[in-house]
Design a protein around this ligand. Structure first.
Ligand SMILES: Cc1cc2nc3c(=O)[nH]c(=O)nc-3n(C[C@H](O)[C@H](O)[C@H](O)COP(=O)(O)O)c2cc1C
Length: 358
């Protein structure tokens, strides 16, 4: 299988990208205790700027939104100053920076947030998952159900975070609607038991995601906003029902989101290519597709099949700051070190070697 389709330029939200790769969002748990990205974050993302579109690790839009220890925020003035250094480093390397706005919802623990409050969610239903905390893995508690007023505040938090990202010099934001976090918790019938206009039917369960996307697009412009979804992804105790309910949910949601003309739809895809093809046909702009466990030879497959425009890379890019050059020149790839993925210092963060220059 050839990777040649990766080397075609692509215009995203009016900006030309040199190729079809991107950096997939990856949590690294190395922010300062106040949620400011550390100076090493600028080095880490700057080293990877040749990936073109740089999507950051999940970044909380509010104190409530934090799920894990030492993840960065984008809601306080000091966060904006920290992200500005990252934006400058990525721009110096010719990349575009999209900050991923991630509200963890029930996938959190009071020990992991600055205010140590009970996590919030659409309904008071625990994910029943082990979550990493400073004291070791703990069970996710039963969350507090968001009131209608809390929902409005949360949407306003996303709006404020998006404005803060732009103030920091980012080119856009990616709304995290995937992988079992707050937005996905609204979509799934096993985590959303609400009886108001945010729960029950497919239309109601889609409402929160749509309102967040609409508010963020209104705040910073639709061409600066992407959204990540993961139909049927079981992470975080999510069960969206069988293929029929998943299809119904995402046809409706993606159909609604399509009307906003966002910069891109990013699918963390598990299975069902027929659904992927249908969602692509519904979507008016760029589609990014990531699948777990792709081999190097499979990276361009979804582009070749007409299912995607861009193939973001996670683990290969984590371990290879120059992954673009390595793929282009068919050079070997560094292996990722599992011990240094989450948290820690420079090791496994900014010290992965680049190819030696001839
Ligand atoms: C260390 C690590 C952290 C991740 N953190 C996030 C995250 O913060 N937000 C998100 O949407 N996905 C996250 N993911 C999922 C990746 O974006 C990607 O979808 C997944 O790793 C599959 O791609 P890959 O096989 O190229 O790594 C993470 C993956 C890894 C390996």
């Amino acid at each position: 299988m050839t990777l040649s389709s990766l080397w075609q330029p692509f215009t995203l939200g009016g900006v030309e990208l040199p190729h079809r790769l991107a950096l997939a969002p990856m949590t690294r748990n190395r922010a300062n205790p106040d949620g400011t990205p550390g100076d090493r974050a600028a080095t880490y993302y700057g080293q990877r700027a040749s990936l073109g579109l740089i999507i950051t690790e999940g970044t909380q839009p509010s104190a409530d939104g934090q799920g894990y220890p030492n993840t960065p925020g984008i809601y306080a003035p000091e966060h904006v100053e920290g992200w500005r250094k990252v934006a400058d480093a990525v721009h110096a390397g010719g990349g575009l920076l999209f900050i991923q706005l991630m509200h963890a919802g029930r996938m959190s623990h009071p020990d992991n947030t600055p205010h140590q409050r009970q996590p919030v969610a659409p309904s008071a239903v625990s994910a029943i998952q082990d979550i990493a905390t400073a004291a070791g893995p703990q069970k996710t508690p039963v969350p507090r159900e968001l009131s209608p007023e809390d929902i409005e505040t949360t949407i306003a938090d996303f709006r404020h975070a998006a404005a803060s990202a732009i103030a920091a010099g980012a080119d856009g934001v990616e709304i995290h609607g995937a992988n079992g976090y707050l937005l996905h918790q609204f979509l799934s019938p096993n985590s959303n038991h609400r009886t108001d206009s945010y729960g029950g039917s497919v239309e109601n369960r889609s409402r929160f995601v749509f309102e967040v996307a609409r508010a963020v697009a209104d705040e910073i412009g639709a061409d600066r906003v992407g959204i990540r979804l993961s139909p049927a992804m079981p992470l975080g105790g999510i069960d969206e029902g069988g293929a029929v309910s998943v299809r119904e949910q995402y046809l409706h949601l993606v159909g609604e989101l399509a009307s906003l003309n966002l910069a891109y739809l990013h699918l963390h895809h598990v299975g069902n290519d027929e659904l992927l093809r249908t969602l692509r046909q519904l979507w008016p702009t760029a589609v990014l597709v990531v699948r777990d466990g792709r081999t190097r030879e499979q990276i361009a497959d979804d582009i070749d099949a007409g299912l995607a425009d861009i193939a973001p890379l996670g683990r290969f890019a984590l371990a290879n700051p120059d992954v673009v050059e390595r793929l282009r020149t068919e050079a070997p790839l560094n292996e990722m070190d599992p011990a240094t993925i989450y948290g820690g210092g420079n090791a496994g963060y900014i010290d992965y070697p680049v190819l030696a220059r001839a």
